[in-house]
Design a protein around this ligand. Structure first.
Ligand code: GLU
Length: 498
């Protein structure tokens, strides 16, 4: 209680966690932790039709996966429970009653048809629509009578005439709104459910939120919320509205730009550390310009005044690159190997059919072997999903030749290919040990003895050992699979030539 900084992330559970919302969660988290404060998770599920418990669970899982931790929330409880708005209706009712009693709000009995007529009229007269205020001054007797008649009503907030609301947004600077633009707005619908602009104020106040950090799309809601804070006598928190995120074509980031949910990136083989790091840099940049930052480094550096007041552009290639940096340079080898194996176990269904087969073979191999291969190819895969493709030659002995490989064999002729591979095999067999460092030496001997170009011999051996004309470094391959496997592969290739 009484912490200097308390932030909150307040998702609506109507779908998977979107990248933009994940960034909001991350900024709230970094800000709270930087200041030694608390983060509260609150589920905004007042829209009963669209809200689903399974989405809430998925959002929580994705936040945890990203490494975000909160101090109070529906899953862990806390002093200000409950943390689901659908469980707080009694609390809201109390404050609605207070607003009605004090005259800050009133019941409006206008029918949808009457409102529609008002709207039409405004349209015809070419002015923006706002509620006429028809029910503003009903007498208590009239109200009682209508209620007795069972007339449905909404509750509207009585917006004071001509007020200008000014607040200092931590990102946007001074923001001004004239309340005449929006008129008396609804705070409780006719079915009795309270609306977002009202409940968010009650919750933020009761949960002692000091900083409301959220997407720019909520900026225009803020003056309405400030009016409610004032009416209820609650202290007004500080606001920070984050710049929107655009796709590379400069339109608002949406499904049209491909994957936009955290979950999809998980399925696609991205690492949570990389995604967290990348999303943190959407609109914010540390003063020292360092880009690859651990969670601890982000917390240490995060400063809300460094957030740019300009749209952030989502650059997918940069995320891809950054994920590659984490794979190549950041994770230690055992950690990376375990992530590869976990990914293949959990998300095999997201691989294409061929890679699924490779994944099965990988999973059947001893951990030490997989780790060795990971160490040898870690600079050639950028996502966990790409590992089976890059590592395939290490794991698959029963391969087919690619069209290019077939072409190569036809070009050198099957007879010559056979000569090369037979001689090579003979030499390998005659050696006591055969490792990566021997690969080239023996290939050169073969080239010399058969009077062939070394390049052509190498390529033929590559085809014989992997079925492909390009790819992994062959000395690394030989090192990993060992002498016996080399012999087996060469013998198999010879049998294919027959
Ligand atoms: N539930 C709102 C949303 O998901 C959040 C509103 C807020 O942060 O005030 O957009």
């Amino acid at each position: 209680m009484g912490k200097e900084v308390r932030t909150r992330f307040a998702p609506s559970p109507t779908g998977w966690l979107h990248l933009g919302n994940a960034r909001t969660a991350i900024f709230n988290y970094l800000f709270a932790r930087h200041h030694g404060g608390d983060l509260i998770l609150r589920i905004e599920d007042t829209d009963r039709e669209r809200s689903k418990r399974e989405y809430e669970e998925a959002i929580i899982e994705d936040l945890k996966w990203l490494g975000i931790e909160w101090d109070e929330g529906p899953d862990i409880g806390g002093e200000h429970a409950p943390y689901r708005q659908s469980e707080r209706f009694d609390i809201y009712k109390k404050y609605v009653d207070e607003l009605l009693e004090k005259g800050y709000a009133y019941r409006c009995f206008c029918t949808p048809e009457e409102l529609e007529a008002e709207r039409e009229k405004a349209k015809k007269e070419g002015r923006p629509y706002r509620y006429s205020g028809k029910c503003r001054n009903l007498t208590p007797e009239q109200v009682e009578e209508y209620i007795k008649q069972g007339k449905p009503y909404v509750v509207r907030f009585r917006v004071p005439d001509g007020r200008e609301i000014v607040f200092n947004d931590l990102i946007k600077g001074e923001v001004k709104f004239n309340v005449n633009d929006f008129g008396d707005f609804v705070i409780v619908r006719s079915d009795g459910s309270p609306v977002y602009n009202f409940v968010v104020v009650v919750d933020d106040a009761l949960m002692e939120i000091t900083h409301v950090i959220r997407g720019e799309d909520h900026l225009s809601n803020t003056p309405k919320q400030i009016l409610i804070y004032e009416a209820l006598g609650f202290p007004i928190p500080k606001f920070a509205h984050l710049p929107i995120i655009l796709g590379e074509d400069r339109s608002k980031l949406s499904k049209r730009h491909g994957a936009v949910s955290v979950r999809q990136y998980r399925f696609d083989g991205y690492l949570p550390e990389a995604l967290l790091n990348f999303l943190s840099l959407l609109g914010w940049y540390p003063k020292d310009g360092k880009e690859i930052l651990s969670k601890e480094e982000l917390i240490e550096r995060f400063d809300i005044s460094d957030i740019h007041n300009a749209p952030a552009v989502f650059n997918k290639e940069k995320l891809y690159w950054m994920n590659g940096v984490y794979i190549r340079e950041v994770l230690d080898l055992d950690d990376l190997t375990r992530r590869v194996l976990d990914y293949l176990k959990q998300y095999r269904e997201y691989l294409d059919k061929k890679d699924q087969k490779v994944a099965e073979i990988i999973l059947s191999k001893p951990y030490e072997f997989v780790r060795d291969v990971v160490s040898k190819v870690r600079d050639s895969f950028f996502t966990l999903k790409e590992f089976p493709k890059r590592a395939k030659p290490f794991f698959v002995e029963e391969f087919e030749l690619t069209p290019d490989a077939e072409k190569h064999i036809q070009k050198v002729t099957p007879e010559v290919a056979k000569q090369i591979v037979s001689l090579y095999l003979e030499k390998v067999k005659s050696m006591e040990t055969f490792g990566g460092e021997d690969f080239k030496k023996v290939a050169k001997e073969v080239a010399k003895e058969l009077k062939l170009k070394p390049g052509m011999v190498f390529k033929t051996l590559r085809v014989a050992l992997t079925g492909e004309t390009q790819g992994v470094s062959l000395d690394l391959l030989v090192d990993a699979i060992g002498k016996e496997a080399v012999e087996r592969r060469l013998e198999r290739f010879l049998s294919l030539l027959k």
